[in-house]
Design a protein around this ligand. Structure first.
Ligand SMILES: [Zn+2]
Length: 326
C-alpha cells in the first residue's frame, strides 16, 4: 500500500469501506451487538420499497440488528468519508516524525478542526493496551523533559501588575513536561507523561510495565533508583563521560532509550512545534506505535493501525475544554 495505490484503488467511499471491512473482519463479519461471526448479510432494499437503503449496512442473522463497519470504532459518527480516513492513516503511518493537523488539513482538504480531531482519534486508537505483555530481557529506562521555555511575551503577560506583588513570577522551565520511557532491547517501547518525577509516581509504572526478572539499565543520578528498588539494576555514569561499557560481554548502555527520545524530540520540535501538556500522552502513544512497528513497511503499519480502531470511541467533548476553539 502506498499513496499512489490508495489514490487509485480507494478513490471512492465504497471501495474504502470494503477495504475496512476486509481489514476489520478477516474471518467474516462480527456483529458488534451479539458477537456472532459470519452470520450477517448486506441489507438490500425490498423490490417494492421506495426508500433506499444506506450503503454498507449489514444485518445480523442472530440478533437482527443493523450495523456498519464503523460501528464501535473511532470512525463512528464521523462525517469524514472513509477514503479520507484511509489517506490520513497512511500519511501518519508513513511519516517518520508524524504529521501535524495543519498539514493534514491542507493535504486532505478537510477543515483544521476535523484534521485535529482525526489525528487525536488515531493516536487514541494506538494507545497502549493496559493488558499488553510486560517488557522483558534487557530494559533501558530513562526520563527526559519535552517542551520549550515560556516565550518572552508569555512571561511578560504573567508578570505581576502594579498592586499584585504577591504573585510568584513563573520560571522559564516550569512548562517542560517529564516523560518516562522504557525500551526493551530489540523490542518495544512504553513511554509515559508523568506529572512529577519522583519514586512514588514512577514505581507503579515500572512495576506494571517491566517483568520482574528483567535486567534494568539506567544512567546515574536519577530518581529512578528509588523507584526501581529493591530490584537490582545496572547504571552508566554519564557524568564521567561513560556511555557504554562491557561487563562479561554484555553492553551496559542507555543508548537505545536515548535514541527513542531523540526521535520523539525531533518530532515534537520539527513537526508539532507546540504540544499541549494535556494531550502529550496521546502524542507519546503515536511515537510509541511508530517505534514499535519500525520493522514493518508503511503499508503494513497502516493496516495495523486500522486493526486497532475497534472498541474505541473518543468524543470531541472528551477532549474539551482543552480542545482548541474554532
Ligand atoms: Zn448480532
Amino acid at each position: 500500500m502506498n499513496l499512489n495505490s490508495i489514490a487509485k484503488q480507494y478513490a471512492d467511499v465504497d471501495a474504502a469501506r470494503e477495504f475496512f471491512e476486509k481489514q476489520r473482519w478477516p474471518d467474516g463479519t462480527v456483529c458488534p451487538f451479539c458477537g456472532l461471526v459470519g452470520e450477517a448479510y448486506r441489507l438490500k432494499a425490498r423490490p417494492d420499497s421506495k426508500s433506499p437503503v444506506r450503503v454498507g449496512v449489514w444485518k445480523c442473522g442472530g440478533c437482527r440488528k443493523q450495523f456498519t463497519v464503523t460501528k464501535g470504532t473511532i470512525f463512528e459518527d464521523s462525517h469524514i468519508p472513509l477514503n479520507t480516513w484511509l489517506m490520513a492513516i497512511h500519511l501518519i503511518c508513513a511519516s517518520k516524525k508524524g504529521m501535524s493537523a495543519h498539514q493534514l488539513h491542507r493535504m486532505l482538504g478537510v477543515t483544521y478542526k476535523s484534521a485535529w480531531f482525526m489525528v487525536h482519534r488515531l493516536r487514541y486508537a494506538v494507545a497502549h493496551d493496559p493488558l499488553a505483555e510486560q517488557l522483558k530481557g534487557v530494559v533501558e529506562v530513562d526520563e527526559t523533559y519535552v517542551g520549550g521555555k515560556r516565550t518572552r511575551k508569555a512571561r511578560l503577560a504573567l508578570k505581576p501588575k502594579p498592586g499584585q506583588r504577591d504573585i510568584e513570577i513563573p520560571s522559564t522551565v516550569d512548562t517542560k513536561q517529564p516523560v518516562l520511557a522504557m525500551v526493551e532491547r530489540g523490542g518495544e517501547v512504553r513511554s509515559h507523561h508523568v506529572q512529577r518525577v519522583n519514586s512514588a509516581n514512577l514505581r507503579p509504572i515500572l512495576r506494571h510495565d517491566i517483568e520482574y526478572g528483567a535486567r534494568i539499565i539506567t544512567d546515574t543520578g536519577t530518581v529512578l533508583h528509588g523507584a526501581i528498588h529493591p530490584r537490582k539494576h545496572d547504571q552508566v555514569n554519564h557524568s564521567k563521560q561513560e556511555y557504554g561499557r562491557y561487563e562479561n560481554g554484555f553492553c551496559i548502555t542507555t543508548n537505545t532509550v536515548e535514541g527513542f527520545f531523540s526521535l520523539l524530540k525531533r518530532g515534537i520540535i520539527g513537526t508539532y512545534h507546540h504540544v499541549g501538556s494535556q494531550h502529550l500522552h496521546r502524542y507519546l502513544s503515536e511515537f510509541d506505535f511508530r517505534y514499535n512497528t519500525r520493522k514493518i513497511t508503511d503499508g503494513e503499519r497502516s493496516c495495523k493501525m486500522i486493526g486497532r480502531v475497534s472498541g474505541k470511541r473518543l468524543m470531541y467533548k472528551q477532549l474539551a475544554p482543552s480542545a482548541p476553539e474554532f
